[in-house]
Design a protein around this ligand. Structure first.
Ligand SMILES: [Zn+2]
Ligand SMILES: [Zn+2]
Length: 269
């Protein structure tokens, strides 16, 4: 697989899912936004641009590139176990999703990592652009963890590409402000993390912030006791964000980048 093909697939899927979710939000929103699209969209999409540029400048390869090297050299647990290709493909996708779940819990549990990750939680509304709002240092760390997992397990390159596309797509889906009929949503949340399920994770209540860590598969939260069906305050009355960084000025891109390094939020005047 050439790197230009990888980029084409990823950018293509990203754009289609983003546009689809943005349109769905526009025509059938679930919640009324408290701040709205401006200034959030420009700043959240600005962070996405910074993340892409940072990774391209600092990391000479992608997780898919590492998977190709690993398969050439026979690295990893999957080849040692003699797993058939389909086993390694499906096993690789599920294993990567589990690692991302563990990583997400660590980002909440370890104070230094929480400082990086809390920028994602400081958004005062949740919509499709919250799904791309991650601090560049968190993106770099997450990429390093993904690359290590791929090398240690020997995940096939196709599985890594599918996983990357899925993770981007489900992140945009489960942050989007879309209305899904309740009966359908109750079924879908057994298969994939839904917006109603992930919104609990963006509640201002810490116990609720520390639940529903999954991005793709909803099973890890149910297995490890971190699943919460609904926010205590109810879907419409749940307050989004963190107790710190409550002012609209904190949604500015420069302030977002400095949030991990300060505990002094902008004060209300
Ligand atoms: Zn989180
Ligand atoms: Zn989130």
């Amino acid at each position: 697989m050439s790197s230009s093909l990888e980029i084409a697939v990823r950018v293509g899927c990203y754009t289609v899912v983003f546009a689809g979710m943005a349109l769905w939000e526009w025509f059938a929103p679930r919640r009324q936004l408290s701040v709205g699209r401006q200034p959030r969209w420009a700043n959240n999409l600005g962070i996405l641009a910074i993340d892409i540029i940072t990774v391209r400048l600092l990391v000479p390869t992608t997780a898919v590139g590492v998977a190709l090297i690993a398969s050439e050299r026979g690295w990893g647990l999957f080849p040692i176990l003699g797993l058939p290709y389909w086993g390694a493909l499906v096993g690789g996708i599920i294993a990567l999703d589990f690692v991302i779940y563990i990583q997400h819990r660590l980002f909440h549990y370890l104070p230094a990592l929480w400082r990086l990750h809390r920028m994602h939680h400081a958004d005062l509304d949740i919509d499709v652009t919250t799904g791309v709002r991650f601090h560049p240092l968190e993106i770099l760390l997450s990429l390093a963890i993904k690359i290590a997992t791929v090398a240690v397990l020997g995940v096939p390159a196709t599985a890594v590409l599918i996983f990357e596309v899925l993770l981007n797509a489900t992140s945009m889906f489960n942050h989007s402000n879309v209305a899904i009929p309740q009966q359908l949503e109750r079924i879908v949340r057994w298969i994939v993390v839904t917006p109603q399920m992930h919104q609990v994770h963006h509640s201002i209540e810490r116990a609720e912030t520390d639940s529903n860590f999954g991005f793709n598969l909803p099973w890890w939260d149910r297995l490890f006791g971190t699943y919460r069906a609904n926010p205590k305050a109810g879907e419409d009355r749940m307050v989004v964000g963190l107790p710190i960084f409550r002012e609209v000025a904190e949604l500015n891109i420069i302030r977002m980048l400095t949030q991990p390094f300060r505990n002094n939020p902008v004060q209300r005047h």
